[in-house]
Design a protein around this ligand. Structure first.
Ligand SMILES: Cc1cc2nc3c(=O)[nH]c(=O)nc-3n(C[C@H](O)[C@H](O)[C@H](O)COP(=O)(O)O)c2cc1C
Length: 486
């Protein structure tokens, strides 16, 4: 069975949207939509009036018309809300999500994958962050309903996801145990989802997508293959130069003079050992170059996963003005990326592209009052009552402390959730006059993107990325043009 040579990495939230994934899959490589925060993203796109009618198109294809209609009725604002009006947010995800939120998750994930699959017959993938556990059951089901070909999952150790995929083939109920800080024996931290309790129509069996966990060490790669509760179809091996969240260095955290995590020999990947695992693997983190692709193939990889180069393609969801501003910095030789060890509430290092007026600069960040109203990165914890509570190290400090959080964990934290939605033009409005600042992530590769720019222009497309990557790989190009991978 043929595998893609280039995986366009999932980029949350909404950066690898349906449009980018569709463009990449059309070109014979694997386009991957980000599944992160799609519930809020769909709700906001509808409140913006669904320009182009794309969401409506996706909703019209949803098998349970009544459910799709409920979502439409709840959020659609004809002509779009005014720029000074705040978005009405869907409630944050929890272990026991209300029915309306579960429906929104199913429908939103369906729509994104459905749209990405239009106009070609190649596979499309979806990316989730394992850390956002409360989303998994309903979101994966929605993506499978739309025929997703690959589920790619990073930011955690998703040992129990293959079993969920297997359950959904026949629309069987699935379970997922979430990690609750301080949980005691006997506590119930298992989420359950029964598709038949939601879908008001009979459905044919679904195709089981391939499952590709993203890992950053040989140990985790081996663990995934040994301990997962079902088939793992391949691995994405991501190194620390990649955009988004990075795995922390092994051992004690040391910081460079600039304040970035220092990685050492123990963090290096042994490719020969990966090959011995006997599953296809893709290398990620600075692999968006033709010579790096050739190097990966020569080392036995099935290909590469590339994020940053696609992030700035015109098809991606990143706001046009942010793309142009950063590409102008690249051209001027002034672009830089900081690996921030503190910024993300997850506690993982997070790559931040430095751009004035975004939360990367200290002044903009300090001017933002701490507010946590999206809550994707909240940590479930055991309250004294035994129930599950939720806290985020970027929420108001007093609230976090009242929930048993430690003060030192709040230092330097930023609201990644609101920042990421601002990046894609869906910034929340506060008090009618202030919008949430953007917080852009990009890999170290950002500084090299000038290679895609021609004739003084500050834009390029997914095709430019793929064409350049496949330079000197003629055999690969010919076979990928007939791609399907499914
Ligand atoms: C803007 C951006 C957002 C990202 N978001 C995610 C994400 O939500 N989930 C994930 O698994 N990886 C995420 N990544 C990592 C990419 O999927 C990919 O592995 C990585 O970008 C590859 O390295 P490169 O940036 O050097 O090409 C993100 C990367 C970027 C640039």
């Amino acid at each position: 069975m043929m595998e893609p040579v280039i995986i366009q990495g999932g980029m949350g939230a909404g950066v690898s949207n349906w449009r980018l994934a569709q463009a990449v899959s059309r070109l014979g490589q694997l386009g991957v939509v980000s599944g992160t925060a799609l519930d809020q993203i769909l709700a906001r796109r509808l409140q913006d009036g669904d320009s182009g009618g794309h969401m409506r198109r996706g909703l019209d294809a949803f098998p349970d018309r009544a459910m799709a209609e409920r979502v439409w009725q709840e959020y659609f604002v004809p002509g779009g809300k005014s720029a000074r009006t705040r978005y009405r947010a869907a409630p944050p995800l929890t272990k026991d999500n209300p029915r309306e939120l579960v429906e929104l998750c199913i429908v939103a994930n369906f729509v994104e994958v459905y749209l990405a699959r239009q106009g070609h017959s190649n596979a499309v993938g979806i990316n989730f962050l394992e850390k956002i556990q409360a989303a998994h059951l309903s979101c994966i089901y929605g993506a499978m309903l739309a025929g997703v070909g690959y589920v790619v999952m990073g930011a955690g150790i998703p040992l129990k996801i293959p079993g969920v995929l297997d359950c959904y083939v026949e629309h069987q109920p699935a379970e997922y145990t979430i990690h609750v800080h301080g949980a005691r024996e006997g506590d119930d931290s298992t989420m359950r989802f029964d598709p038949r309790e939601y879908m008001g129509v009979d459905l044919a069996p679904l195709r089981r997508p391939k499952f590709l966990p993203i890992v950053s060490s040989n140990t985790l790669a081996a663990t995934m293959l040994k301990k997962a509760n079902g088939r793992v179809d391949g691995l994405v091996i991501e190194t620390r130069t990649a955009g988004g969240h990075n795995a922390p260095p092994r051992g004690k955290l040391l910081l460079s003079e600039l304040g970035e995590p220092v990685y050492g020999e123990r963090d290096a990947i042994d490719i020969a050992k990966l090959r011995e695992l006997g599953v296809p693997f893709w290398l990620a983190g600075g692999y968006g170059h033709p010579e790096k692709l050739r190097e990966a193939l020569a080392q036995g990889a099935a290909g590469v996963q590339v994020g940053t180069a696609f992030e700035f393609a015109w098809e991606s969801g990143l706001c046009e003005e942010l793309k142009v501003a950063l590409l102008a910095k690249v051209v001027a030789g002034k672009a830089s990326v900081f690996t921030d060890p503190l910024c993300s509430p997850t506690g993982f290092p997070f790559k931040v592209a430095e751009l004035e007026g975004t939360a990367s600069d200290a002044e903009t960040s300090a001017a933002r009052p701490r507010i946590c109203d999206l809550g994707f990165l909240r940590e479930p914890y055991r309250m004294e009552t035994g129930e599950v509570g939720y806290r985020c190290a970027a929420e108001p400090v007093s609230l976090y402390l009242a929930k048993g959080g430690r003060e030192q964990d709040t230092v330097g934290r930023k609201c990644v959730c609101n920042g990421l939605l601002a990046n894609i033009g869906l910034a929340q409005v506060r008090n009618g006059n202030r919008t949430e600042p953007a917080l852009i992530t990009a890999g170290d590769d950002l500084v090299t993107l000038g290679r895609f720019l021609r004739d003084g222009r500050l834009d390029y497309g997914a095709r430019d990325v793929i064409d350049q990557l496949l330079t000197g790989c003629d055999g690969v190009r010919a076979s990928s043009e007939m791609a399907c991978f499914a």
